[in-house]
Design a protein around this ligand. Sequence first.
Ligand code: AHG
Ligand code: MN
Ligand code: MN
Length: 336
Amino acid sequence: MTRRVSLTQYLVEQQREHGRIPGQLRLLIEVVARACKRIAISVNKGALGDVLGSANTENVQGEVQKKLDIIANEVLIEANEWGGALAAMASEEMDSIHVIPNRYPQGEYLLLFDPLDGSSNIDVNVSIGTIFSVLRKVGHHHGVSEEDFLQSGKAQAAAGYCIYGPQTTLVLTVGDGVAMFTLDREQGSWVLTGENLQIPADTKEFAINMSNKRHWAAPVTRYIDECLEGKDGPRGKDFNMRWVASMVADVHRILTRGGVFMYPWDKREPDKPGKLRLMYEANPMAFIVEQAGGAATNGLQRIMELQPSKLHERVSVVLGSKNEVERVTAYHRDAA
Ligand code: AHG
Ligand code: MN
Ligand code: MN
């Protein structure tokens, strides 16, 4: 009989045999996974659960919140408040950090999340997800502030995402490769369905919102134009394009079969470095992608080496198959 490994067993083995994760981190990851299970249930109910549509409120980034953005945020906060592993949490949907209330024990970790990624896909029944990043609270000072969160992606203790698609899948790294778990709905448990995932270094597939083409910087246009020229162009091969508009889904495809994902800076809002958020979108995805042998840059620098200056900081993102990311990055360096 093939061995069926649960998330709990995987984490216990990481803790015991590999010494990779302390008990508090193990508990924390299990709680996040449990919260994702609850979010998955709401996502599945759709119209039957009255979870579709807009909440008619705006988040700190000026984006209109969907009902599920708020539900997912609440589920994650509630699930993670009392466990004792955390000092504070931060979310795309909250202006400032959420410190663990005094009635609960304080832990040594900080949790950041994009509770619901790909909000524009909720109402049209296309894959969406949850992204999370775990940092350690450094230093022994009392209390916790936003400053404590401003650490580079290299400092992440764990990162992951859950994709609510045809299957509900959790992808996780604790810095020892990337593992994948599929939710068994009958059993209510996460089952290990992939280990040491590797992104092929080369690809013939790119993901970018082409409708922004006229706003791009020259190196991005150069790269995409060369892809579009296909066999007859300098690349000498035909490329395929995919754009789900849920970062989680686009990254999941790349993790499964390779590809390059880009959400670059563009001229529409020249003062913003990009659309995606560094601390709870780009950093966790960069950690996962690098752990799977891929690369992630902002066009010039490795994403995980960027020093954040604020919680909701934005960043330009190029990630996925290593050789393609290096090519896009080289085009940016040429131009600079
Ligand atoms: P969120 O729903 O958390 O705000 O994130 C949406 C992001 C990301 O998931 C996706 O890659 C991108 O926005 C889609 O942008 P376009 O609308 O330009 O396609
Ligand atoms: Mn998002
Ligand atoms: Mn979101």
